[in-house]
Design a protein around this ligand. Structure first.
Ligand code: F6R
Length: 260
C-alpha cells in the first residue's frame, strides 16, 4: 500500500483530486466508485473547481456509490443520493443516468444488490474507487467481522458508526440501523483504490489498516492485499503509524514519473 502523508486535509484532498483528474483525462469513460461523509468533501470541492476552471469533463464518466441508508429515499436530506447531488453531481457535467447509488427504498434488497453488482460488471468494473475510513476500520459500511470476500448486501451498522454519523441527524435515534453497501470483495475488484482519512480520531484505524494484521475485525486491512491502493492522510491521521518516517521518505524520493 502506498501511504502519502500530507500536512493538512486540504493538501491531501489536493493530491487525491490530481489522481482523479488524471484518471478522467486519461480515460474519459472512467468508472469511478464514490464515497460520502465528511472526508471526501474537500476532494469534491477540488473536482468541481477543476471542472469549472480547467474543463475537467465528466460527460462520459460513470459512477457507483459505495452505500446508502435503508429506508431513506433520494430526496431525504440525509440520504447519500441527496449528499452526492448537493456536493458533486449538480455542480459538474455528469449525466444523471451515469450515476448509480444503491436504492434505500428498494423492496427486494437481495435482488437490488445482485443488480448493482451486475451493473458494475456491465460498466466494465470500477477504475478508481474512493474510500473513507470508519473509526472502527470499516470501508463502505463493511463493519468489523464483515467477510473479506463479501459482495453488495444489507449490513447492520455498529453502535459506534451510528454514534459517529449521528452528527448528520438531529438525534442518534434517527440514524438508520441498516445500509446497503458494496462488499469488501466488490471494493477489492476496483483497479485502483484511493483511501482518505483525516484527523487524530482516524489514527488508530489508519495504523490498523496499514500495519496491523489482515483481519475481518478491521475490514480496511484487506486493502493490504490490493495490488494498487493509495492511502492519503493528514498528519493527525498518521499519528499512530510506526513507519511514518519511511512513508514520507518513500514519497519524497519518488521518481518524477511516479508522482501523483
Ligand atoms: C460513506 C462510507 C463510509 C465513510 C466512513 C467515514 O460512503 O462508505 O465508509 O467513508 O464512515 O466517514 P467520514 O468521512 O464521515 O468520517
Amino acid at each position: 500500500m502506498e501511504v502519502i502523508i500530507q500536512p493538512t486535509a486540504d493538501a491531501a484532498s489536493h493530491v487525491a483530486a490530481r489522481i482523479f483528474a488524471r484518471q478522467i483525462r486519461t480515460k474519459p469513460t472512467s468508472v469511478l466508485g464514490l464515497a460520502t461523509g465528511s472526508t471526501p468533501l474537500g476532494l469534491y470541492r477540488e473536482l468541481v473547481s477543476m471542472h469549472e476552471r480547467a474543463a475537467l469533463d465528466f460527460a462520459k464518466v460513470t459512477t457507483f456509490n459505495l452505500d446508502e441508508y435503508v429506508g431513506l429515499g433520494p430526496d431525504h436530506p440525509q440520504s447519500y443520493a441527496h449528499f452526492m447531488r448537493e456536493h458533486l453531481f449538480s455542480k459538474i457535467n455528469i449525466a444523471p443516468s451515469g450515476t448509480r447509488i444503491p436504492d434505500g427504498l428498494t423492496r427486494d434488497i437481495a435482488a437490488h444488490c445482485a443488480d448493482y453488482e451486475q451493473a458494475i460488471r456491465d460498466a466494465g468494473g470500477i477504475d478508481l474507487q474512493l474510500l473513507g475510513l470508519g473509526t472502527d476500520g470499516h470501508i463502505g459500511f463493511n463493519e468489523p467481522s464483515s467477510s473479506l470476500g463479501s459482495r453488495t448486501r444489507l449490513k447492520t451498522l455498529t453502535e459506534r458508526t451510528i454514534a459517529d454519523n449521528a452528527r448528520f441527524f438531529s438525534s442518534p435515534s434517527e440514524v438508520p440501523r441498516h445500509v446497503i453497501t458494496m462488499g469488501v470483495g466488490t471494493i477489492m475488484e476496483a483497479r485502483h483504490c484511493v483511501v482518505l482519512a483525516f484527523g487524530e480520531k482516524k489514527a488508530g484505524a489508519v495504523a490498523a489498516t496499514v500495519e496491523g494484521p489482515v483481519t475481518a475485525s478491521v475490514p480496511s486491512s484487506a486493502l493490504q492485499l490490493h495490488a494498487r491502493c493509495t492511502l492519503i492522510i493528514d498528519e493527525g491521521a498518521a499519528g499512530a503509524l510506526e513507519r511514518a518516517d519511511y512513508y514520507r521518505w518513500v514519497y519524497n524520493n519518488k521518481p518524477e514519473w511516479q508522482r501523483a
